[in-house]
Design a protein around this ligand. Structure first.
Ligand code: FE
Length: 253
């Protein structure tokens, strides 16, 4: 059995939010799916350790903001890798208050749904929460962000609390195994010094906070860093485009 089979399931990415006792809470989730059309009902799967989960259960409501394909990556860092208990994720964001009181995030969002919780199911690490859709609307006709696109573009793993989280070592072991199957013998081996230089300039580095991977082949054109820039040659004030962590937080892969 290969864990990567689970990567073949398709998902979108959403900000799931709620409002309880005067505070907003929310997280990035990929599990939000319509379960019936009459009445319209949507299910979400929430990790029991997510600060937002308890608040959704208490408020008995949640909103879903559907993210657009080219979403501001700081939103992903903030809602995917920080806790609502420690930071006000909605500060400085454009929001609209839904009927249930849940904040709908308007930045990078193309559609939203406002839901009332009608049933919950304990599924172990997560709670499956089913909501009746009370209100919804479209903000833009842009394409939605899919989980597959996000994973391919940012080479990132799911946050640990995501229902689709896979152990990195397990996933990498599978990749190495399949690469070994394709390996062929090379006759003209480079010298150790040349190999070290090549490895240094092509090595990828991963942010230990959020899992974003910096790839020298691609650089970071959005930040003015051209393809071919080795990690060592990045400016000292380079920050992870997802979670804003400094270079010190990156480790060589
Ligand atoms: Fe990061």
């Amino acid at each position: 059995m290969k864990q990567k089979a689970f990567h073949k399931l398709s998902y979108g990415l959403y900000i799931i939010s709620t409002h309880f006792q005067g505070k907003d809470a929310g997280y990035i989730g990929n599990t939000a799916f319509q379960v019936t059309s009459a009445p319209p009902q949507i299910a979400i799967s929430c990790h029991k350790k997510n600060a937002s989960t308890e608040k959704i259960l208490q408020s008995k409501s949640f909103a879903i903001s559907v993210l657009k394909k080219e979403t501001d990556t700081s939103l992903i860092g903030k809602f995917g890798f920080m806790s609502s208990d420690e930071t006000d994720k909605f500060l400085h964001l454009m929001t609209k208050t839904a009927t249930t009181g849940a904040p709908i995030v308007l930045d990078s969002t193309i559609a939203w749904f406002d839901c009332q919780v009608i049933s919950t199911h304990d599924v172990g690490t997560h709670i499956l929460i089913i909501g009746k859709v009370l209100n919804y609307d479209i903000i833009s006709d842009e394409d939605p962000l899919t989980y597959d696109y996000y994973r391919a573009k940012y080479k990132m793993l799911a946050p640990k609390n995501a229902p689709t989280y896979l152990e990195k070592n397990l996933s990498e072991a599978e990749t190495q195994n399949s690469e070994q199957l394709d390996q062929t013998q090379h006759k003209n081996e480079p010298t150790p010094a040349a190999r070290e230089q090549t490895e240094k300039s092509t090595a990828t580095y991963t942010c230990t906070i959020c899992g974003f991977q910096y790839n020298p082949e691609e650089g970071d054109p959005a930040l003015g860093i051209p393809p071919g820039t080795a990690f060592d040659d990045l400016p000292d004030d380079y920050k992870c485009p997802i979670c804003n962590a400094g270079k010190d937080y990156f480790r060589k892969d």
